[in-house]
Design a protein around this ligand. Structure first.
Ligand SMILES: [Fe+2]
Length: 293
């Protein structure tokens, strides 16, 4: 099978690359899909979503107030082919995660549940190989008073930038021990064993999958010059900014879904009143987005 992700096939890569980059700078028209009834996507809405997923691997949406709830996420997810939810440590009973400022009993005080910024990452990069997150749906129920802006970039763009810079960076990040995450201990008990993995890999459908975190702590990069060069290049990209990055502060009833694209969140100031405090719902899925007609 011909894949643009083979370093031995530059022709396939160049074709795919020019097609991909033809969508940049991003045309914001259609980037946001106004969904009338999230329980029944219209043909036009489906087409808009498909267009965004094909070109960007992510898509923003907006629903009316009446649909600003968890049922919307479950309904949308099913129509997007997002069916197998990961039940992560902090998930609610319905496997969606409520992202709000809180402390979880007997759990770490993870950054997502604080007002602090979240650096660039893909979700579940520390998961076992057979529990990789392929799709994410993030829905804003209530925005923060200030800040809490979402930033997103297609992982395939990261691949292109690195490969154009130096194909050896790709080779290094395809190494099965490109990074190591030490075990996760809680109250003296190991709740997740140490894991090593490749940043870039292909799934059974030859789709690119990226596992990444820009965190400096709790991630050990392979000690080799090409890996270091790749990591440095990505760090420079995050600090310098890029026209390939889309940023948006999700408002109540707005959301974004993606094929586990790279993303981050800025820090924020929350509301005083508990009923107004920032609340987002997130679903992490073992499926990529595939629109069900
Ligand atoms: Fe995330």
């Amino acid at each position: 099978m011909t894949t643009p992700f083979s370093l031995d096939n530059d022709t396939a890569y160049q074709q795919w690359r020019s097609q991909k980059l033809s969508h940049y700078p991003i045309d914001f028209i259609g980037l946001f899909v106004d969904i009338t009834d999230p329980h029944h996507l219209s043909d036009k809405e489906q087409a808009q979503i498909q267009y965004n997923i094909d070109r960007l691997n992510f898509c923003f949406y907006r629903v009316q107030n009446a649909f600003n709830n968890k049922a919307t996420i479950h309904a949308l997810g099913l129509q997007l082919g997002l069916k197998n939810l990961d039940h992560n440590l902090c998930a609610d009973e319905d496997k969606l995660t409520s992202i709000e400022v809180c402390t979880h009993t007997n759990q770490h005080n993870y950054i997502p549940y604080s007002t602090r910024q979240l650096s660039w990452h893909s979700d579940g990069y520390y998961n076992d190989d057979n529990k990789q997150i392929r799709g994410i749906l993030l829905h804003c129920n209530r925005p923060a008073k200030n800040g809490g802006i979402s930033y997103i970039m297609d992982s395939e763009i990261a691949y292109i930038l690195l490969r154009d810079h130096n194909p050896d960076c790709i080779r290094a990040l395809e190494h099965p021990e490109a990074f190591t995450i030490p075990d996760n201990e809680l109250n003296g008990e190991v709740i997740r064993a140490e894991i090593s993995a490749a940043v870039f890999s292909l799934d059974e459908q030859q789709q690119l999958h990226m596992r990444y975190s820009a965190r400096k702590r709790h991630i050990i990069w392979r000690d080799d010059p090409d890996t270091q060069e790749a990591v440095n290049m990505l760090n420079a990209l995050w600090s310098e900014g890029s026209p390939y990055i889309v940023s948006h502060k999700l408002q109540a009833g707005e959301g974004v879904f993606c094929n586990n694209s790279l993303h981050r969140r800025s820090n924020f100031e929350d509301w005083e009143e508990s009923a107004k405090k920032r609340l987002l719902y997130r679903g992490r899925y073992f499926d990529r987005i595939r629109i069900e007609n």
